[in-house]
Ligand binder design. Structure first.
Ligand code: ADP
Ligand code: MG
Length: 251
């Protein structure tokens, strides 16, 4: 039995710039892996590779037994990959001209071929999960940033993905809106969603992540239980990174 997500020796370059220099890791089913590291170290690129938004140069990525790094992936398989892995970005990427309900029902109808009725039932269910049942008919611009991000999470959940990838989901938010998004993510983690979370919220990583991976310049510099990595860093680079994070959060 392989892990829910497994990646081995992943390399990725953009032109002459090698961004991922042989990264390996895994996420067990129902586990939360948090990825931390300085800006530019390759966190977003790794997430995008896991969803095959980027094609890797070398290495291997297996998601629920499907090797998504194969060059001969069929369109059908590619669609499966995308619909089974939810992705939540820093910018919420909701369709501004569609209501919350329409944002939530579009992909389930088009990709999963759900009936309109079933897709609406699902949308209601997951909107309730993120505490926004009363916003079903409004447009994204009528929502706060925190509410938009919760809608974006609900939209992902409507696809009933096997795993979810979060790329700094709270870093575009005003500080007072961060908590409501983190608490939705906490709840997802408690319910056993397999999650990879790129975050600067060290507190969230400590509480919700089972494991933490520290990337530095395209390599895994430290990796282990959240407690080990966050309270007992082995490298100067991680020690310095954590102290910068702590200072930024106090400031
Ligand atoms: P992080 O998310 O850790 O801040 P990224 O994965 O976004 O880092 O980026 C890592 C490096 O790769 C950066 O130097 C960035 O400029 C570069 N990069 C990312 N995406 C592209 C791209 N599509 N084309 C060229 N360079 C890119
Ligand atoms: Mg990034």
């Amino acid at each position: 039995m392989t892990h829910a997500i497994q990646f081995d020796q992943v390399e990725k370059s953009f032109g002459a710039l090698q961004v991922l220099k042989g990264i390996s890791g895994y996420v067990a089913a129902g586990e939360v892996l948090s990825i931390i590291g300085s800006s530019g170290c390759g966190k977003s690129t790794l997430l995008r590779c896991l969803n095959r938004l980027e094609v890797i140069d070398r290495g291997r990525i297996v998601i629920n037994e499907l090797e998504i790094s194969r060059s001969n992936l069929s369109n059908h398989e590619l669609k499966q990959v995308r619909s089974r892995i939810g992705m939540v970005f820093q910018q919420f990427n909701l369709f501004p001209h569609l209501s919350v309900l329409e944002n939530l029902t579009l992909a389930p109808q088009q990709v999963l071929k759900l009936s309109r009725r079933d897709s609406i039932d699902r949308a209601r269910y997951y909107l309730q999960e993120v505490g926004l049942s009363d916003k079903i008919d409004v447009y994204p611009e009528q929502l706060s940033g925190g509410q938009r991000q919760r809608v974006a999470i609900a939209r992902s959940l409507c696809m009933e993905p096997q795993a979810m990838l979060f790329d700094e989901p709270t870093s575009a938010l005003d500080p007072e809106l961060v908590g409501e998004v983190l608490s939705v993510m906490h709840r997802l983690a408690e319910r056993g969603m397999t999650m990879v979370v790129v975050t600067h919220e060290i507190q969230f990583a400590r509480e919700a992540a089972s494991r933490v991976m520290f990337l530095d310049q395209g390599r895994v510099m430290e990796e282990g239980s959240a407690r080990e990595v966050l309270t007992n860093p082995q490298s100067d680079r991680l020690t310095a990174f954590l102290s910068r994070m702590r200072q930024a959060q106090i400031a």
